[in-house]
Design a protein around this ligand. Structure first.
Ligand code: AP5
Ligand code: MG
Length: 219
């Protein structure tokens, strides 16, 4: 299955993507996670991306496309993948179409997580992430077993730099103007399906499994 998960900041893309990736054994490719790793390593790309990410703006298309293009050509993507957070502009979507055509891959489905915007700021202020293994928590809806510590790798969990209220507002504006047009783009390709992201984490995942079970011929 070649999947894409989209939705506003804080819609639950990363949370659902991790569950889907484990259940269906396909790599979870998050452009945001890749950028955060590059920032941690202070690579050339990371330093460039950091300027934009810390302000809640999109990283320029050229850099984003080149990073994702390299990732999608790795061997583990031969039998499927789940893209999270890419594409985010029409230009990125068009370039992805060109790349996939070269690789002779067709997107199976685009899962669009739809969330009440009022919940987003709240969800993101309560989110804590592990910068070592990428696990995501929520102090209210999905806390770690031991306060402040990642269940998976034992590292301290932190508030993401771009989860400050002002930056979240910019990210939401950027989503409305630059990313939301992709809903129409993929609707026209007849591969988009809306998912209610206001259900709890488990119930949202159940909805997704139902849909993917139909596509895959089993659950
Ligand atoms: P990215 O890392 O992709 O951030 P985002 O799109 O803003 O989305 P988030 O990761 O904040 O939210 P999410 O939908 O993954 O929600 P989560 O599952 O964590 O991008 C960051 C930045 O990188 C961008 O701003 C940009 O600068 C740059 N970038 C990335 N890709 C780019 C691209 N293609 N082009 C250009 N620039 C790019 O959940 C959120 C919280 O809610 C968690 O606490 C979670 O536990 C909780 N939660 C989740 N689901 C539920 C639920 N159903 N019920 C209750 N709580 C829930
Ligand atoms: Mg995410």
């Amino acid at each position: 299955m070649y999947l894409l998960i989209m939705g506003a900041p804080g819609a639950g893309k990363g949370t659902q993507a991790k569950l889907i990736s484990e259940k269906y054994n396909i790599p979870h490719i998050s452009s945001g996670d890749i950028f955060r790793q590059e920032i941690k390593e202070q690579s050339k790309e990371g330093k460039l991306a950091q300027e934009y990410i810390s302000q809640g703006k999109l990283v320029p298309d050229d850099l984003t496309i080149s990073i994702i293009s390299k990732r999608l050509q790795k061997e583990d993507c031969n039998h499927g993948f789940l893209l999270d957070g890419f594409p985010r502009t029409i230009k990125q979507a068009q370039d992805l179409d060109i790349l996939l055509a070269k690789l002779k891959i067709k997107l199976t489905l685009v899962l669009n997580l739809v969330v009440n915007p009022e919940r987003i700021v709240n969800r993101l202020s309560q989110r804590r992430v592990c910068l070592k293994c990428g696990a995501t928590y929520n102090l209210k809806t999905n806390p770690p077993k031991k306060a402040g510590i990642c269940d998976k790798c034992g590292e301290a969990i932190v508030l993401r730099e771009d989860d400050k209220e002002e930056t979240v507002k910019t990210r939401l504006d950027v989503y409305q103007t630059q990313t939301k047009p992709l809903v129409k783009y993929y609707n026209e390709q007849k591969i988009l399906i809306n998912i209610d992201g206001d259900l709890g984490i488990k119930d949202t995942f159940k909805e997704i499994v139902k849909i993917l079970g139909d596509v895959n011929g089993n659950n």
